[in-house]
Design a binder for this molecule. Structure first.
Ligand SMILES: NC(=O)c1ccc[n+]([C@@H]2O[C@H](COP(=O)([O-])OP(=O)(O)OC[C@H]3O[C@@H](n4cnc5c(N)ncnc54)[C@H](O)[C@@H]3O)[C@@H](O)[C@H]2O)c1
Length: 437
């Protein structure tokens, strides 16, 4: 990643393409529409609300991120997407029941105009869904071409100057990369041969990257987390990021665990359980899809606490994560955590957290920020994995030889320092010795 000398302005409309137009995608779209009409505040979004300190504390320079950076404005965004159900964004949002009827009525016309393209959907990767709004093609290579045609059509019809994409589709069954994912060459041969290792989300990601559209992955799928995708992202110069939006219980874990570690408090066990009743919950009721989610959720504590470096505190903790599908609760997930910690001389303590959250309300600002930052990264000439966006993900993608950073506070520092560096500002060290020397 080279420091950009000049970042082109965010001129023209930006297409925000969201494969999977379910609860998260439609809550994001509706929220942007409400915010740009001044009918609601985009709470949770750094790009819309946060400031950034620049220079010394005595300089009192803390502009809003959206004033400091050449970001696209909400007015410039044009939403599109794909789904295996043909519901418009309005119908899908009404079905998801995340937003109130009053909020939806306010933007009904705009949402109703967003109709999904037909999906690439090989059902073996998402066993609980049965949709009919799907593409037909002789092989996976043709599917890639069909998605590329959709992208070009959308960008042309809506008069956009460029596009970004964020995967908001369902969690697929857990399938680690195989030989077919080794390189661009093997992957493209696999597409022609309908290789079973190539999933729906990988087909979209491939098509989007081929169209030079930056791609972020909001689910635990291996959409771009494999060597062939890394090679393509570098070759065609697109930024990619992932994976699995950090919201709800995992967000809380990455806030609390760094606190325990900072104060050298030990951990004996962390039991987390959730009930949720939205379509995401239904998909995750399938053990193979849950496996993918479990992998991203479990990795968090190990990497924050680093048991090998501190065996006396974290050498033997028990970590369990459960998700149960419970339809009456809809999108209003409830999570319980029981945390067994130990203090001075090994005395035990317990903490219980009962988080009554709203899944898509926490995810929507994340989707918006990722879309705007990816667009910025693309204009700044960044390519490949964007580790500085780890802040937004449960299982941050990194170079293969690196450990991901999960600590939310380190992640936000990294994000803001990257932005300072990108804009030619001094990075913050927090040393501050000059005030006392
Ligand atoms: N807080 C959160 O809500 C949160 C947090 C982390 C990750 N996620 C992930 O984000 C994704 C979206 O969550 P959601 O609550 O909106 O789920 P959802 O079930 O409401 O929406 C997903 C949509 O994707 C569609 N879909 C599935 N496969 C597709 C394909 N191949 N092509 C096109 N569309 C396809 C489904 O039909 C559905 O409409 C899920 O993978 C979820 O695990 C959500």
């Amino acid at each position: 990643m080279k420091r950009p000398t000049e970042i082109p302005k965010a001129d023209g409309k930006l297409a925000v393409l969201l494969p999977g137009m379910g609860a998260v995608a439609t809550t994001t779209m509706a929220g942007v529409m409400l915010a740009r009409r001044g009918k609601a505040t985009p709470i949770g979004s750094l790009t819309q609300l946060d400031t950034i300190r620049l220079g010394k504390r005595t300089e009192n320079r803390a502009p809003k991120l959206k004033e400091f950076l050449p970001l696209a404005s909400l007015d410039q965004l044009e939403f599109g997407g794909w789904d295996l159900f043909q519901d418009t964004a309005y119908e899908s949002a009404a079905h998801a029941k995340v937003l109130s009827n009053e909020h939806l009525a306010e933007v009904k016309d705009e949402l109703s105009a967003i109709k999904p393209f037909e999906a690439v959907f090989y059902p073996e990767y998402v066993k609980r869904l049965h949709g009919t709004h799907v593409k037909k093609a002789a092989n996976k290579a043709e599917m890639v071409e069909a998605v590329r045609a959709d992208i070009r059509k959308f960008v042309k019809d809506r008069g956009c100057s460029r596009a970004v994409s964020v995967w908001c589709g369902s969690t697929e069954t857990y399938l680690p990369p195989t030989d077919v994912h080794a390189s661009i060459k093997t992957f493209e041969a696999g597409l022609l041969k309908n290789d079973p290792g190539i999933t729906n989300s990988q087909i979209y990601a491939w098509a989007l990257m081929k169209e030079r559209v930056a791609f972020a992955n909001g689910s635990p799928n291996m959409a771009v987390d494999h060597p062939a995708a890394r090679e393509l992202a570098r070759e065609v110069s697109v930024p990619v990021a992932g994976k699995d939006f950090k919201t709800g219980q995992t967000l809380m874990k990455t806030i609390l665990a760094p606190g325990f570690k900072s104060r050298m408090l030990g951990l004996r066990g962390w039991y987390s359980t959730n009930i949720l009743g939205n379509r995401d919950g239904e998909v995750l009721d399938d053990p193979d899809s849950f496996k993918a989610k479990e992998v991203t959720k479990l990795s968090v504590l190990e990497t924050i606490l680093e048991p090998k470096k501190r065996p006396e505190l974290y050498g033997d903790f028990y970590h369990k994560v459960r998700i149960d599908y419970y339809p009456p609760r809809g999108d209003q997930k409830e999570g319980w955590d029981n945390i067994d910690i130990v203090g001075w001389l090994g005395y035990e303590m317990q903490m219980k957290i009962n988080f009554l959250c709203r899944d898509s309300i926490l995810a929507a600002p994340v989707v918006l920020d990722i879309a705007l930052f990816l667009d910025l990264a693309q204009r700044a000439g960044f390519r490949g994995t964007q580790e500085w966006l780890s802040f937004y993900f449960k299982s941050p993608m990194t170079a293969p030889e690196l450990q991901p950073e999960h600590d939310l506070f380190i992640q936000v520092k990294k994000l803001k320092n990257t932005l300072r560096w990108m804009m030619g500002e001094e990075m913050l060290t927090h040393v501050g010795h000059e005030y006392y020397d």
